[in-house]
Write a protein that binds this ligand. Structure first.
Ligand code: URA
Length: 202
């Protein structure tokens, strides 16, 4: 983690951060079959940052997050909410876990300084945490996603210099398996969009 912190701290823009992640040798996932590092897609000054769990097979092949079936569903939801041009999308880990298993807390902790640096550089107004593995890691809470979803939490950076509202929601891959739950995720996205569009009060 110290190596990741030092590497992340040295990056003053997203291009150098992407390069630092690709060159980083400290995450064990890198040598467990991943084809490449998968960092981000979206706009560099996005109002909303979406943080998923980790790359799957399609992301590993294409080098971008959320480009498979779950990503297509996510994109449809973002478009319907009018958010598709306003998001930056990344994950808690940057290499595909073998067999698409959930990344371990240690793997997430190793990548966390890069995620945090991305937040500091993009400066979003809020975070949307897709799925329990993302919500637990980012918020350091051990509640199930079904109780956390749709609620506002405060994300705080490790050095406590940054604070942002963060909302956990159901993972789009879960929604593909359980379409009846889509309504809940859609409600979460509407609640979030409403806050995003609320004019800042002095
Ligand atoms: N699932 C995730 O959590 N992230 C991706 O990038 C793709 C699928």
């Amino acid at each position: 983690v110290a190596a990741a912190k030092a590497a992340a701290a040295a990056c003053n823009d997203l291009e150098s951060l992407a390069a630092a992640i690709a060159a980083f040798e400290g995450c064990p996932l890198k040598s467990q079959g991943a084809k490449q590092a998968v960092f981000s897609r979206g706009v560099s000054d996005a109002q909303l940052m979406i943080i998923g769990e980790g790359p799957g097979a399609d992301e590993d092949a294409q080098g971008q997050p959320f480009v498979g079936r779950a990503g297509k569903l996510l994109d449809r939801m973002l478009k319907a909410a009018g958010l598709e041009e306003r998001v930056f999308i990344t994950n808690t880990v940057f290499w595909r876990p073998p067999g698409n298993r959930t990344p371990t807390p240690q793997e997430q902790a190793t990548c966390a300084p890069f995620v945090e640096r991305a937040i500091a550089l993009v400066k979003p107004k809020m975070l949307l945490l897709a799925g329990g593995a993302s919500a637990k890691a980012m918020l350091k809470r051990d509640e199930g996603i079904l109780t956390m979803r749709g609620r506002w939490f405060e994300w705080v950076s490790e050095d406590q210099s940054l604070e942002l509202p963060a909302m956990p929601t159901l993972h789009p891959a879960f929604l593909l398996r359980t379409p009846a739950q889509k309504k809940k995720a859609w409600q979460d996205l509407l609640t979030l969009t409403e806050r995003l569009d609320r004019p800042d009060r002095p």
